[in-house]
Write a protein that binds this ligand. Structure first.
Ligand SMILES: *Cc1c(COP(=O)(O)O)cnc(C)c1O
Length: 245
């Protein structure tokens, strides 16, 4: 198997290693593996790698730039993949994303909700939406000189969620967050616990919005412990990306 394609063998090996990590995290947290969806974040890697992942059984893939994601989704349209958009999204890209995405994890402001709703209606599709929340204790936008990781203020979550739920074409799925930079193990655990509390509050009003998208290559164990339902894992599967991606 894979003998003529070392990259396929490499990806299959790292997927197996990741699966062992996720399984151990589930056991440690007393959770079932089936509670968790693994989204493999393929940004910056070629469509051929995504096809190799699909051949290895991956169904859910993540991207963070519309131009790259749209091209890959078109090229690999026959593979039955579900495309998750996880990056900061400009309103003028919403129409394009609504054509191929299964879910957008990174919705953090009202005009974007409106634009995605229009795009989904025009494409006659139902688009899953997660509200991304900012879990940092820093002022909005983060410290000067470092790009913000995105996300709505926690106080704005209920209104954004209500807007998504009442927009036709959109289906409110839940919440997403990225752990604050350099938070350390305790800070990361605290941030994911805050996200879990926000999710519980959201589900009181929107019982179906039960996705919690949290956890990346470096912190997936903490995310599983805190109740994440969707892990977004890139480099642990595909290897290092070029810097500044
Ligand atoms: C790139 C990215 C990931 C994956 O990060 P890794 O550290 O490579 O696992 C997850 N979530 C978002 C929003 C990303 O942009």
């Amino acid at each position: 198997m894979n003998s003529g394609d070392p990259r396929a063998a490499e990806l299959s090996y790292s997927l197996t290693a990741l699966e062992a990590r996720v399984g151990a995290a589930c056991r440690a947290a007393g959770r079932g593996r089936r509670e968790i969806t693994l989204v493999v974040v393929t940004k910056t890697f070629p469509a051929d790698d995504v096809a190799r992942l699909a051949a290895a059984g991956v169904v859910d893939v993540g991207e963070n730039k519309d131009q790259e994601a749209a091209a890959k989704a078109a090229e690999l349209a026959n593979l039955g993949l579900r495309w998750h958009f996880v990056g900061q999204l400009q309103r003028n890209k919403a129409r394009s994303v609504a054509r191929y995405a299964h879910a957008v994890h990174s919705v953090d402001r009202a005009p974007l909700v409106t634009a995605l709703g229009r795009g989904a209606q025009d494409a006659q599709r139902e688009l899953g939406v997660l509200v991304q929340v900012d879990l940092s204790d820093e002022p909005a936008g983060g410290p000067p000189g470092r790009p913000a990781r995105g996300g709505a203020d926690q106080a704005d979550l209920p209104a954004l969620a209500d807007q998504v739920a009442s927009t036709s074409g959109l289906a409110l799925r839940g919440v997403m967050a990225v752990a604050p930079r350099e938070a350390g193990p305790d800070g990361t655990a605290r941030a994911f616990a805050r996200l879990a509390a926000l999710s519980a509050r959201l589900r009181a009003d929107h019982p179906g919005a039960d996705w919690v998208s949290a956890g990346m290559s470096g912190d997936l164990e903490a995310a599983v412990a805190a109740g994440a339902t969707h892990l977004r894992v890139g480099s642990a599967v595909l290897g290092r990306r070029p810097p500044l991606q």
